[in-house]
Design a protein around this ligand. Structure first.
Ligand code: ARG
Length: 474
């Protein structure tokens, strides 16, 4: 930001420090390089609504306590409203020499309404003011993320219902393991996002504490009423220790951690979509509108959206690290380092919001290729565990059953066949107790249907899970 010089009509050019709100004790003007380095308004102007909401509540409290007159309060409220309108319409001129959003608003107010504006900062410091703005901001954003998460969950449940009967290979170690319902796989993500929502709700409780009134670090000797401000701004709680209040950012770290998990969950889903759209899997078809082509290979349809969602998890988790590192080693109470807390959080909010919105849209447009799923299920001896369970039901100890089926699988693979394709006499070579009823067990549909333990992929359980999820989403 460039150094600007404040001009007072009739007095010629004055040092910009005469215009600074803290300029009183300074003999020299601030170096241009320092102004540029310390200025944050280009980032924190994003908090203007919260800053004005906080100032409104503060002014009303000051008036109620007799610290300013009702008339002065009225002037402040009107002035703030005018400024808010200008900022929202893009008409407000931000002055970098005024450092941050707080001083840009306050100084402009004072210039417009005179001494009443200069009273607004009574019993307040930017240290508690910025903490308030940041908490108000994150309180709103956690609520917005809750809605986006609900949208993502909705898309997953809708698809789970739509593909209710489709079966796909379930994997461990990315090796075909056991057949599962597509719906079951999708609902796994539903559960992840459900926990993400719980984490955000929990984090919101700690965000939702009023910091204003801590003042610079030690509280104030003026007769303020913090509880009244809390009531005006809808905070159920007032912070307990002024030193902690102005130096605490753990609410932001918690938010970043919760958001990182959301992005990591999205990234895992994205990775699966990338895999599943490859020719090798061909399990799903992404809508054309969500893919891009190659400038050299005309046949390509690339899954860029899931790739970017996956890629963006790097910056979100990176921001979490920045915040933790920012706090490490900071002595109490406020330190200017804390100004660095906003950029990472804003970028987390932007990145996670955009990723969630895109992922929900993408999920809603996803189609499964049932033919390919069925073909994939016919290879990999995916019902081998079912055969072992069958033997267990015939009183063979599980470890022995496991060994028997291992030999059976080896035999089938030698023949280039699947266990499900062996004849009864062939199967009996490995265990005499095997009867005709084994084929129901060895079929993919039989395998899935049998897994009705709580939380399993059996159709009844998955139907219940879909119904439960739908009820939860309301
Ligand atoms: N721009 C500062 C921040 O974001 C506001 C608080 C400044 N306080 C101070 N004592 N310099 O942290």
């Amino acid at each position: 930001m460039s150094q600007q010089t404040g001009k007072t009509p009739g007095s010629g050019v004055v040092s910009s420090d005469k215009m600074k709100m803290w300029g009183g004790r300074f003999a020299e003007r601030t170096a241009a390089s320092v102004e540029a380095f310390t200025c944050s308004v280009q980032v924190d102007s994003r908090l203007y609504r919260q800053d004005i909401a906080g100032s409104r509540a503060h002014a009303r409290m000051l008036a109620r306590q007799g610290l300013i007159s009702d008339e002065e309060c009225g002037l402040i409220l009107d002035g703030l409203e005018e400024i808010e309108g200008e900022i929202s319409r893009g008409e407000f001129v931000f002055r970098p020499e005024l450092e941050d959003i707080h001083m840009n608003i306050e100084k402009t107010l004072a210039e417009r309404i005179g001494p009443a504006g200069e009273k607004l900062h009574t019993a307040r410091s930017r240290n508690d003011q910025v903490a308030l703005d940041f908490r108000l901001y994150l309180r709103e954003e956690t609520d917005r993320l809750q809605d986006l998460l609900a949208g993502m969950q909705r898309a997953l449940v809708d698809q789970a219902r739509r593909w209710r009967r489709a079966v796909m290979p379930g994997y461990t170690h990315l090796q075909r393991a056991q057949p599962v319902l597509v719906a079951h796989h999708l609902l796994a993500y539903y559960e992840m996002f459900k926990r993400d929502r719980q984490r955000l709700a929990d984090c919101r409780r700690r965000i939702n504490v009023l910091p204003l009134g801590a003042a610079a670090l030690a509280g104030t000797g003026l007769p303020i009423d913090r509880e009244y401000v809390a009531q005006l701004l809808d905070f159920p709680e007032v912070s307990a220790n002024s030193l902690d209040t102005v130096s605490d950012r753990d609410f932001a770290v918690e938010f970043a951690a919760a958001a990182s998990l959301i992005q990591v969950h999205l990234s895992r889903l994205a990775e699966e979509l990338v895999l599943w759209t490859s020719e090798e899997f061909s399990f799903v078809i992404l809508p054309d509108a969500f893919c891009t082509g190659s400038s050299i290979m005309p046949q390509k349809k690339n899954p860029d959206v899931p790739e970017l969602i996956r890629g963006k998890s790097g910056r979100v988790t990176g921001h979490l690290m920045s915040l933790l590192t920012l706090l490490k080693g900071l002595p109490l109470a406020y330190n200017r380092d804390l100004q660095e807390d906003k950029e990472p959080v804003f970028d987390i909010v932007d990145t996670v919001s955009a990723s969630l919105a895109l992922a929900a849209e993408l999920m809603a447009g996803l189609r499964f290729n049932e033919e390919k799923l069925t073909a994939a299920l016919s290879r990999g001896c995916m019902t081998a565990t079912d055969l072992a369970d069958y033997l267990v039901r015939k009183q063979i100890p599980f470890r022995q059953a496991h060994a028997i089926v291992g030999r059976t699988v080896a035999y089938a693979l030698e023949q280039g066949r699947d266990v499900g394709e062996l004849s009864l006499p062939e199967l009996r070579r490995f265990a005499e107790c095997i009867d005709e009823d084994v084929f129901a067990v060895l079929s993919v549909s039989g395998s899935v249907a049998s897994r009705n333990s709580t939380g399993g992929t059996g159709g009844e359980r998955v139907d219940e899970a879909i119904a439960r999820a739908e009820a939860e989403l309301g």
